[in-house]
Design a protein. Structure first.
Length: 358
C-alpha cells in the first residue's frame, strides 16, 4: 500500500494548572505535532511528535525535522516499516521525537490493515490494563500534599513527587505527602537531574523511611559515574530517564549496571520499534523497565499503553495518564478509570481524532 499523504498539525494543549513546574522548567502549555500518514487504500495512521526541551526537542525544530524526513516516507510501501525507519536514520542523525511520530503512524497503519490492536504487532497483549502513576508538580509541601489527596481520592494509588535539589525542602515534601496519603499509596520521586551525587545519597537515605519505591534521574544526564554511585549507595530503586535517551545509552547503563531501572519513552527512543528493542536490552541485563511519562495527547498515551500491555516485564505503574490534566486534546477514546488505563478496543491505537467515527 503506497503512502500518499504525510500531513502534520501543531497541537497546543493547555494545562489545567498553569503554574505546573518541575526542576527543569515551567510552561502553561504542552506542544506537539500530530502526524497523519495515509495510504492509497484509504487507511490512515497517526503519530505524535513531542516537544520536550529537556529531551532536546522544540516545536520549530520538529517542523523542520518532519519536513526533512517526509521525502523518505512519501511514495513508499507502508508495509516496509523496517526499511523506511532504517532510511530515516540514514536521512538524518538524531531527531527521535520526529522519527517516533513516523514509527507510530506506520505501525498504526499496519495494525489497522491487519484489523488488530497495535500491541498485536509486538507479540500481543500480556495484560489488559496498567496501573497509572500521576505526577505532582513542585510546590510547597502542603500544596503538594493537598494535590496528592485529590489524586488518591480520584482512585490513583501511585504518585510521583517532583523535587528540585534542595535536600531539606525535598525531604519535607516527601514527609508531608506520605503523612497525607498514608501507607497504602506508592510514592516515587523525580529529581530531573537536580542533585549532586552526594546530595542525592543524603536526600534519598532520608526519604527512605517514608517508603519511596523508586527515584528517577537524581543527577545530571552527563554524570554517568555519579548515577552509578547513587545507585550503589541508596536502598531505593534508581531509574534513569534523561540518561536513558537512546538504545545505546540504555545498553551502557545495563551492561555497567549503573541503575536498577530504566524509564522507557517512545518519543525519546524514536518510536515503538526502538522501545521494544530497549526493553529487550533491559531484560538481558535484569534491569527493570516501565513506560515513563507521556505528556501530551491521548494519542501519545495510547501508543505507550499498547507497548506497556505487550512488554512482559512491566511490573510497576506507568506514567500514561498525564493527559487527564491537559485541555484541548485533539484525540479521544482513552480515559483513566479508578487509577487504571485499559487497552482500548478496535484496530490500531484505539484512539481517534475528536469527532471521527469509532
Ligand atoms: Mg523523568
Amino acid at each position: 500500500m503506497k503512502i500518499v499523504a504525510f500531513d502534520t498539525q501543531v497541537s497546543v494543549m493547555r494545562k489545567d494548572d498553569p503554574t505546573w513546574k518541575f526542576a527543569l522548567g515551567a510552561s502553561p502549555i504542552i506542544e506537539g505535532h500530530i502526524l497523519r500518514i495515509a495510504t492509497d487504500d484509504g487507511l490512515e495512521g497517526f503519530g505524535y511528535a513531542s516537544t520536550t526541551a529537556h529531551m532536546g526537542s522544540l516545536t520549530g525544530a520538529l517542523d523542520a525535522e518532519l519536513e526533512h524526513l517526509k521525502s523518505s516516507v512519501l511514495g513508499r510501501d507502508a508495509d516496509e516499516i523496517e526499511s523506511i525507519l532504517t532510511g530515516l536514520d540514514r536521512a538524518m542523525r538524531g531527531a527521535p521525537q520526529a522519527k517516533a511520530a513516523i514509527d507510530c503512524a506506520l505501525h498504526e497503519l499496519k495494525a489497522k490493515r491487519l484489523g488488530i490492536p497495535l500491541c498485536g504487532l509486538f507479540g500481543g497483549k500480556v495484560r489488559d490494563r496498567v496501573p497509572i502513576l500521576r505526577i505532582l508538580a513542585i510546590k510547597t509541601p502542603a500544596e503538594m500534599a493537598a494535590q496528592a489527596r485529590k489524586l488518591v481520592d480520584a482512585g490513583y494509588a501511585y504518585l510521583k513527587i517532583k523535587v528540585h535539589g534542595d535536600v531539606a525542602e525535598d525531604v519535607a515534601r516527601v514527609a508531608a505527602i506520605r503523612a497525607e496519603v498514608g501507607e497504602g499509596v506508592h510514592l516515587t520521586i523525580d529529581a530531573n537531574q537536580s542533585y549532586t551525587p552526594k546530595d542525592a545519597i543524603t536526600a534519598l537515605n532520608a526519604m527512605a523511611k517514608h517508603v519511596i519505591d523508586l527515584a528517577e534521574q537524581p543527577v545530571p544526564v552527563e554524570d554517568f559515574a555519579g548515577l552509578a554511585l547513587v545507585t550503589r549507595n541508596v536502598p531505593i530503586v534508581i531509574e534513569a530517564d534523561e540518561a536513558a535517551g537512546s538504545i545505546h545509552e540504555i545498553y551502557r547503563l545495563v551492561t555497567e549496571r549503573a541503575v536498577d531501572a530504566v524509564s522507557l519513552k517512545i518519543p525519546k527512543l524514536g518510536g515503538l520499534r526502538n522501545t521494544l528493542a530497549a526493553a529487550r536490552v533491559c531484560e538481558a541485563g535484569e534491569i527493570k523497565y516501565r513506560m515513563g511519562a507521556a505528556v501530551g495527547s491521548r494519542l501519545l498515551a495510547a501508543h505507550g499503553l499498547h507497548m506497556a500491555c505487550a512488554l512482559p516485564r512491566v511490573d510497576y505503574a506507568c506514567e500514561l495518564g498525564e493527559f487527564a490534566r491537559l485541555m484541548d486534546d485533539p484525540f479521544e477514546g482513552l480515559e483513566v478509570k479508578n487509577g487504571f488505563l485499559e487497552l482500548p478496543a478496535g484496530a490500531g491505537s484505539g484512539v481517534r481524532p475528536i469527532g471521527a467515527k469509532a
